[in-house]
Design a protein around this ligand. Structure first.
Ligand code: ADP
Ligand code: MG
Length: 144
């Protein structure tokens, strides 16, 4: 199934100048960039995006980490894009992520873990819409 998934390059990724490296990994896996922007995450967007962890004790720290700098949001399209991105990222805790994964190679810990990637096709659809309007997505134009 061809899918579009949402990726965020987190502030640690930007600060350490790993954006190119991370995007290269996605491109080498055959994924196409169909949307791309840099933005500061508002309290509102962040609360919505991380609603599933809003009750956890680490949420205030997560919010300040995610608002340290702008993030880069990418919409990536391709066959099985959701799982491909998750496999390339590795698990949440960078210290437990295998070498060869983005988090295993470039991440610090469970919070400071380089990238976000949607965890299911259902959430991918919701998250892509959260960050991109229809006119900011170029899947059709890129086929021309
Ligand atoms: P993932 O990003 O792997 O899908 P979750 O959706 O469970 O992970 O959590 C969202 C984000 O919250 C993580 O990427 C990470 O930045 C942060 N986080 C999750 N669990 C922890 C934790 N135990 N301690 C600190 N930060 C965490
Ligand atoms: Mg998640």
């Amino acid at each position: 199934m061809v899918e579009t998934t949402l990726v965020l390059l987190k502030p640690d990724c930007i600060a350490q100048k790993h954006s190119g490296e991370v995007i290269s990994r996605f491109e080498r896996a055959g994924l196409d960039i169909v949307g791309c922007k840099m933005l500061l995450l508002s309290d509102e967007v962040l609360a919505e995006h991380y609603a599933h962890v809003a009750d956890r004790p680490f949420y205030p720290e997560l919010r300040s980490f995610m608002q340290q700098s702008p993030v880069i949001a990418l919409a990536l399209n391709g066959e099985g894009a959701v799982k491909k991105v998750r496999d390339l990222m590795g698990p949440t805790d960078s210290r437990k992520a295998a070498k060869g994964t983005i988090r295993g190679d470039l991440g610090k810990d469970a919070m400071t873990n380089v990238v976000h990637g949607s965890d299911s096709p259902e959430n991918a659809a919701i998250e892509v819409k959260r960050f991109f309007s229809d006119s900011e997505l170029f899947e059709e134009e890129l086929k021309r």
